[in-house]
Design a protein around this ligand. Structure first.
Ligand code: NDP
Length: 234
């Protein structure tokens, strides 16, 4: 069945790989972007995940083109790394606002249509860092750990309506986000990954399409690590 899928931050990186994977299996895929545009074959809707108004407008556009969103992937995310003692409150709240509150805004807006349809799949893209912590990432790790509690609460609230909320925790994936890290940090990370390599965005996409499938309806509130073993199952 061709589903209406919405991926936040689907213009590049992991989000784009996820969007392409859904499109390849025949779904109607919309992705949010902040002005970059999106590759052909995907419906681009412009919106910043920190703006409830822009999110509502994006949903209206997607609903008109593809019908109510049945599969939501909250992928948009950012980092602003610095050590605790140097981190400003603004640096903390900005990251939480984009990564966690942004995901909340999308899940809440999507849940309306999902409840009416009695079908929904919500997948949050968290991070291994949400479990292990990360030096210099108090803001980011908090935002990513928060997604787990959020998903499980949604699972409890909406599980009886055939709506699931699950979490994927990527490890070190080759994208712009990790390309920005200093080489020394990248090398140190590599030494800790049992797989002995960085991951590819397509490997995250595979886990997301699995959790979003009709047949995955009995998987709810779960955390699926895709990290080459870095988090040892957490
Ligand atoms: P990128 O930096 O390559 O892409 C980030 C995406 O998020 C872009 O599409 C960006 O949009 C979007 N975004 C960021 N802030 C906002 C905002 N305020 N409003 C709308 N869109 C926004 O990151 P990745 O592809 O690597 O990461 C995707 C997700 O996976 C993130 O949530 C990240 O935390 C998570 N993750 C990544 C890992 C990795 O190793 N790469 C590891 C673990 C988790 P724009 O193009 O407009 O900037």
């Amino acid at each position: 069945m061709s589903r209406s899928v919405l991926v936040t931050g689907g213009n590049r990186g992991i989000g784009l790989a996820i969007a392409r994977a859904f499109a390849a299996q025949g779904d109607k895929v919309a992705v949010t972007h902040r002005g970059s545009g999106v590759p052909e074959g995907l419906l681009g809707v412009k919106c910043d995940v920190t703006s409830a108004e822009e999110i509502d407008a994006a949903f209206t556009e997607v609903e008109a083109a593809h019908g109510p969103v049945e599969v939501l992937v909250c992928n948009a995310g950012m980092t602003q790394d610095t050590l605790l003692l140097r981190m400003s409150e603004e640096q903390f709240t900005q990251v939480v606002d984009a990564n966690l509150t942004g995901a909340f805004r999308f899940a809440q807006r999507a849940s309306r249509g999902m409840l009416r349809k009695k079908f929904g799949r919500i997948v949050f893209i968290s991070s291994v860092v949400g479990f292990t912590g990360g030096a210099g990432q108090v803001n980011y790790a908090a935002s990513k750990a928060g997604m787990v509690g959020m998903a499980r609460s949604i699972a409890l609230e909406l599980g009886s309506r055939n709506i699931t909320a699950n979490v994927v925790t990527p490890g070190f994936i080759t994208t712009d986000m990790t390309a920005d890290l200093p080489e020394a940090v990248r090398e140190a990370a590599l030494k800790q990954i049992p797989a002995g390599r960085y991951g590819a965005a397509d490997e995250i996409a595979r886990a997301v399409t699995f959790l979003a499938a009709d047949e995955a309806g009995y998987i709810n509130g779960a955390v699926l690590p895709v990290d080459g073993g870095l988090g040892m199952g957490h």
